[in-house]
Ligand binder design. Structure first.
Ligand SMILES: NC(=O)c1ccc[n+]([C@@H]2O[C@H](COP(=O)([O-])OP(=O)(O)OC[C@H]3O[C@@H](n4cnc5c(N)ncnc54)[C@H](O)[C@@H]3O)[C@@H](O)[C@H]2O)c1
Length: 327
C-alpha cells in the first residue's frame, strides 16, 4: 500500500520506521513543518518531502496516510485526506472532543474510507493475553491503572487546551482509558479530579491538567480507577483486572496472574517493544483496507473513549459525577 506520512518529529518517527519495515507498506512521501527534518528523511529514504502537508496530498499519488501531528491540526488534514479518498491511520486521540470526533467519522464515512486511531497497546502481546485470559479470573469487579512519567519543562502545544483538547487526562490518559474500554467495556458514570499544580510558576504556556484521577462505575456494579500524571516519577504503566477468581496485571511486555489470595499462578514475559506494536498496528490497518473490513480502533469505535473523556472533564469542572452517554 502506497503510504504518505505527515509529522515525523516526535512519535511520528516510530510510524515512519513502521512504514519502512511493515509488511505491505511502501513509503511514497513525507511532510513535516520542520524543513530540516523533512528534507533529511526525504533524502535518506529517497521520497518527495514537503514542509506543507497540502503539497504532499496534491503532488504524490498514494492510497493511505499516517498522520502524527499536534491535535489541532487533524481536522483540516483528515478532511482533505478523505476528500482525496485516502485511508487514514491517525494518532490518538480520536479528536479533541466528542463533537470533533463525530465530524472525523463523518468525513471518513462520506468518503467511504477507513479511519483508524493509533492505540498501539492493543497490539502488545501482554495486553492481548490479559484480554484473552479474563475468563480465568472472571467475573471482573474492578479495573485499575497507573500511568505516569515526567514530561520536559515545556509542554509546548500540549499545555494549551485549545490546541490539545485537554491535558494529561486526555493526552496520556487516552491509553489507559482505551485499555479499560477494551478490557472491560464502557462505564456508565465517571467522576474525575484534575490538577495543574505540578509545575508552579512555569514560564511556558500552560492551561491544561498535568495530573488526574478518574473513577468509574459500571451498570453491573463493577468499578474502576485510573491515575495519570505527566509531571512526576517514577515512570509507570500498569493495568490490573480484579475478578472474583483472580487478579491479572499487565505492563507492555509482562503479564502476572494471581489467585484472589495473592498466590502466583503464572508470570509471562515477551521481548516486544513499543515500536513492534506500531508496526503490527500499521500492518493491521493495511490488511483492513485491503480486505474491506473495519479496522480495530476505528474512529467510530473510539468515539466511546471520547465520550468518557468529555464526561470526565465535565465532572472535573462541575465537581459532580457525570453519566457517560455513548454515541
Ligand atoms: N500512541 C502514543 O503512544 C503516542 C505517543 C506520543 C504522541 N502521540 C500522539 O502523536 C501525535 C503527535 O504527538 P508528538 O508527541 O509526536 O508531537 P510533536 O510535537 O513531538 O511532533 C509533531 C510533529 O508534527 C510536525 N508538525 C507540526 N505542525 C505541522 C504541520 N502544519 N504540518 C506538518 N507537520 C507538522 C512537527 O514539526 C513535529 O515533527 C499526537 O496526536 C499525540 O497525541 C501518541
Amino acid at each position: 500500500m502506497k503510504l504518505g506520512i505527515i509529522g515525523i518529529g516526535g512519535h511520528g518517527a516510530g510510524h515512519l520506521r513502521a512504514i519502512l519495515n511493515g509488511q505491505g507498506a511502501e513509503l511514497v512521501g513525507i511532510a513535516d513543518a520542520n524543513e530540516t527534518l523533512a528534507r533529511q528523511a526525504g533524502e535518506q529514504h529517497q521520497v518527495p518531502n514537503f514542509t506543507r502537508w497540502q503539497d504532499l496530498l496534491e503532488q504524490v499519488p498514494m492510497e493511505g496516510l499516517v498522520v502524527c501531528v499536534p491535535h489541532d491540526l487533524y481536522d483540516e488534514i483528515i478532511a482533505a485526506a478523505c476528500g482525496k479518498k485516502l485511508h487514514v491511520l491517525k494518532e490518538k486521540p480520536v479528536a479533541r472532543n466528542l463533537e470533533e470526533g463525530k465530524r472525523f467519522v463523518h468525513y471518513a464515512e462520506s468518503a467511504g474510507v477507513k479511519l483508524m486511531v493509533g492505540t498501539q497497546r492493543r497490539f502488545s502481546p501482554a495486553f492481548q493475553t490479559m484480554r484473552s485470559r479474563q475468563t480465568a479470573v472472571a467475573p471482573l469487579f474492578m479495573f485499575r491503572s497507573h500511568y505516569s512519567f515526567c514530561w520536559e519543562p515545556d509542554f509546548a502545544w500540549r499545555g494549551v487546551k485549545e490546541r490539545a483538547g485537554g491535558g494529561a487526562m486526555l493526552d496520556m490518559g487516552y491509553h489507559p482509558i482505551d485499555q479499560m474500554l477494551w478490557q472491560m467495556g464502557a462505564p456508565s458514570e465517571v467522576y474525575a479530579v484534575c490538577s495543574d499544580k505540578a509545575r508552579p510558576g512555569t514560564p511556558f504556556p500552560y492551561d491544561t491538567d498535568d495530573t488526574a484521577i478518574l473513577t468509574c462505575r459500571y451498570a453491573n456494579g463493577s468499578i474502576g480507577y485510573i491515575l495519570m500524571s505527566w509531571a512526576t516519577s517514577p515512570p509507570e504503566e500498569s493495568v490490573y483486572l480484579h475478578g472474583a477468581n483472580g487478579v491479572l496485571k499487565s505492563t507492555w511486555n509482562e503479564l502476572t496472574h494471581w489467585t484472589p489470595q495473592g498466590e502466583l499462578v503464572e508470570e509471562q514475559h515477551w521481548a516486544f517493544d513499543g515500536y513492534d506494536a506500531l508496526r503490527t498496528q500499521l500492518e493491521t490497518f493495511i490488511q483492513s483496507v485491503q480486505s474491506g473490513s473495519e479496522p480495530p480502533s476505528s474512529a467510530q469505535e473510539q468515539l466511546a473513549n471520547m465520550a468518557i473523556l468529555d464526561a470526565a472533564y465535565r465532572s472535573a469542572e462541575t465537581g459532580a459525577p457525570q453519566k457517560v452517554e455513548l454515541p
